[in-house]
Design a protein around this ligand. Structure first.
Ligand code: SIN
Length: 528
């Protein structure tokens, strides 16, 4: 009997956390459609949130997570992930992960939006994600192999169980690979929108493949728009971390007015949905917005990544201000999973941004995503080690010829830019029923071209996944007739607990359902 094997789709922090934690007698193949250097984790400027400061506690971290999440978090999941997250930080400290330290050699804890305490661990100033990915990659053992430039087309099912993937390598073509478990760690879908902070490879592939295999997707209406993207002369250059505001940066308009004054008790460090909405209104009224960084000491040393983005954009940080506007940052929803990362399809797991654990609710608290990636990668590894004790599927990989593999994908007859323009116009920071209806119709009227599986390109497949996901996101945003967290309806501007408390909008191949979730209903009791 050969040793058990798993396939991981993705190469960011969640994928690597799982691979590094897996017992050495389990073979792991990481498939990434580009290179391992391309993921949202690599771009994460913020850090890892965890209670550490004297006086801070799991309860306070949880309270901030729930307050940011708009009463839509799963309280038990959130409490468990925050608790386990502390262990992940301790482990990183034991492994001498190069966290930024203060003059006493203690971790230098920063503050970001929605946190009432300094609890953000950083590394490399604003390069925590990149340092974490490199650290985890360095801990991989010989049981892990990485295949780059591999586009996964479909998940393979046998008697309802996920047993592998159909994929294509850029040079060698189509192949099938079997495994005892498949883990989706392929991130979110920033490319749905014109302006975003994500790596451009993030096109919702994992979500739509899981959906096609029968998994449930949930909470897709909750898309986080980060308040501060560096946008200069209409071109977006990337993120300006909330940590900048944590260290004294303030958002001002062209006249120097502080736009967050009087808008929220936490001012510039209010939860992201609140700041992004205020900024959206200000920009719509014709104002230009900046982060005033004149109060941030040693900006270039503390924020090397942002300083380099400014240089690329031709923005001189010595002038003390960086032009900013909000843009898509993070999908709170995703593949519905339990505390072990198991989806509703046996053998199929999801971790990281592709998954919806319930930690983030309707709006993610800053720096809770790397935390979740570490915890859920570890938990899924533990679970798989328990439930996959012996190989249950047949040996492994074989190439497919054109004769063996048949069938077509219906690829939408639209450009990526068209789709992004429509999504940015109608499913953005503010949404209205009328605009969502119009978009829903447009998306469903799009013509498609059948493209044979042997002929389809990576770009066509990405466009297909984005279009399919756009339809689900729009349907969810239309159905949720209230405003909560990052989902703001101009025609239903209030939170409607009587109608929507604890309810999730769930998509599956069988259709769309509104379902009560007990874990979320409990949060509402804690939160309200
Ligand atoms: C940021 O640095 O502002 C982003 C961090 C995060 O998304 O958690």
């Amino acid at each position: 009997m050969s040793s058990p094997s798993v396939i991981v789709i993705g190469g960011g922090a969640a994928a690597l956390s799982l691979a590094a934690a897996m017992p050495e007698d389990i073979q792991i193949t990481l498939l990434t459609k580009s290179t391992t250097g391309r993921s949202n984790s690599m771009l994460a400027q913020g850090g890892i949130a965890s209670f550490h400061q004297t006086g801070d506690s799991a309860a306070e971290h949880l309270a901030d997570t729930l307050a940011a999440g708009g009463g839509h978090n799963d309280v038990n999941m959130a409490a468990g992930i925050i608790k386990d997250g502390k262990r992940m930080i301790e482990r990183l400290l034991e492994q001498h992960f190069p966290f930024d330290l203060d003059e006493h050699g203690e971790p230098q804890l920063g503050r970001e939006g929605g946190h009432h305490r300094n609890r953000i661990f950083h590394a490399g100033g604003d390069a925590t994600g990149k340092m974490l990915v490199q650290h985890l990659a360095g801990r991989l053992q010989e049981n892990v192999s990485v295949m780059e430039q591999v586009t996964v087309y479909e998940l393979l099912l046998e008697q309802g169980r996920c047993t592998g993937v159909l994929a294509s390598h850029e040079e060698t073509g189509l192949f099938e690979m079997r495994a005892d478990a498949v883990i989706i760690a392929a991130g979110g879908c920033g490319s749905l929108f014109s302006r975003h902070t994500n790596d451009t490879t993030l096109t919702g592939d994992g979500l739509m493949m899981a959906y096609a295999a029968g998994a449930e997707l949930t909470d897709l209406e909750f898309i986080q728009f980060h308040p501060t993207l560096l946008v200069h002369e209409e071109v977006c250059y990337g993120l300006v971390s909330e940590a900048v505001r944590g260290e004294g940066g303030v958002i001002r308009d062209e006249n120097g007015r502080r736009i967050m004054s009087g808008r929220h008790a936490m001012g510039d460090l209010a939860p992201r949905d609140v700041v992004a909405r205020v900024m959206h209104e200000e920009i719509r009224s014709g104002h230009s917005l900046y982060i005033d960084i004149s109060g941030c000491s040693h900006f270039a040393e503390r924020f090397p990544t942002i300083s380099s983005l400014c240089e690329t954009a031709g923005v001189d940080i010595h002038e003390g201000r960086i032009p900013v506007a909000p843009g898509m940052h993070f999908l709170m929803g995703g593949i519905r999973v339990n505390e072990w990362g198991e989806s509703t399809v046996p053998g199929l797991y999801a971790i990281g941004e592709a998954a919806c654990t319930g930690l983030h609710g309707a709006n993610r608290l800053a720096s809770n995503s790397l935390l979740e990636a570490l915890v859920m990668g570890n938990r899924a590894a533990q679970r798989i080690a328990q439930v996959v004790p012996a190989r249950i599927t047949d040996e492994s990989t074989h190439s497919l010829s054109a004769q063996e593999r048949d069938g077509c994908y219906e690829v939408p007859h639209i450009t990526l830019e068209e789709l992004q323009w429509h999504m940015s116009k109608s499913v953005s920071i503010q949404r209205s029923g009328e605009e969502l209806q119009a978009l829903y119709r447009w998306l469903h009227e799009v013509q498609t071209d059948p493209i044979h599986v042997q002929k389809i390109t990576k770009e066509q497949l990405e466009r297909l996944h984005l279009w399919q996901l756009a339809k689900l996101v729009t349907a969810s945003a239309l159905l949720r007739e209230e405003s909560r967290g990052a989902h703001y309806r101009t025609d239903f501007p209030a939170r409607d607990d009587a109608g929507w408390k604890g309810k999730q909008i769930i998509h599956s191949r069988d259709g769309i359902q509104i379902r009560e979730n007990e874990g979320i209903a409990q949060t509402w009791n804690v939160y309200s």
